[in-house]
Design a protein. Structure first.
Length: 247
């Protein structure tokens, strides 16, 4: 990679509405399934690269709509989570997975340290530095901050159905999470709960903890089931629900 961004090697992060007036800061760490051509799709088929293992389907579109609805800044990743997962700490194997769900990732087996460092330098660090610098600027200006990370999850995992329409994950920000859950449940038949289908932990999460809990800002991770984001109309509907819940 050279120093200039290109279609094959874009900047690590796209920042939308950086000057937005909301106290919400939106993160979308799994926004893209892009892999530069030199990686040869890590040995996967084109169909595999369209699956959840490569990105969070519908999350980028939902984040952009929320950014507009809330007048909130949003930080979207531009590389596939298979190259390096921006929501995993660097010390865990899942950061550069050799296997995802039931799929082996041949191109991530035995990755040399030089390549690991390259992915950190070109993909991981620039994303999180951009978020950190934005939050630093907000602090200097005396602005409030709440972190909301947008994700999607599969209807089934390893053959087991997931009954939830959405999950609101949290660490320290239980009150914030419960407010959002109560709003989503109100007047609807949505099945929404806290810390489903995943829980927050230092080995499984990064952005929410580093930019939220560790800095003392309320932070949640929103998980929407992917079959509920299959159409543009569905994504618009969820953006309206979430915008109301986050106001």
């Amino acid at each position: 990679m050279n120093g200039n961004a290109s279609a094959d090697w874009p900047a690590a992060v796209t920042v939308v509405n950086e000057g937005g007036l909301s106290d919400i800061v939106l993160l979308c760490e799994h926004a893209s399934n892009h892999m530069p051509a030199e990686y040869g799709r890590l040995g996967l088929s084109p169909a595999d690269c369209e699956r959840h293992i490569a990105w969070d389907i519908g999350a980028a579109e939902l984040t952009r709509l929320l950014s507009a609805a809330l007048d909130a800044p949003a930080f979207l990743s531009n590389y596939s989570r298979l190259l390096i997962d921006l929501n995993r700490p660097l010390h865990v194997p899942a950061c550069i997975p050799a296997r995802s769900e039931e799929t082996d990732i041949p191109g991530n087996v035995g990755v040399p340290e030089t390549e690991i460092d390259r992915r950190i330098r070109n993909m991981f660090d620039p994303y999180h530095v951009s978020v950190s610098e934005h939050i630093d600027a907000r602090e200097r200006e005396g602005r409030g901050t709440r972190i909301v990370s947008i994700h999607s999850f599969t209807p089934t995992f390893l053959g087991k159905d997931r009954p939830w329409h959405a999950g609101i994950l949290h660490g320290d920000a239980a009150t914030f999470a419960q407010q959002v859950i109560a709003s989503l449940r109100r007047g609807s038949d949505l099945v929404v709960d806290a810390n489903v289908p995943y829980i927050v932990s230092p080995d499984d999460d990064y952005g929410l903890l580093v930019h939220g809990d560790q800095r003392g800002f309320p932070a949640i991770l929103v998980e929407i089931r992917q079959d509920l984001l299959a159409r543009d109309a569905d994504i618009i509907c969820w953006s309206e629900r979430l915008a109301e819940a986050l106001q």
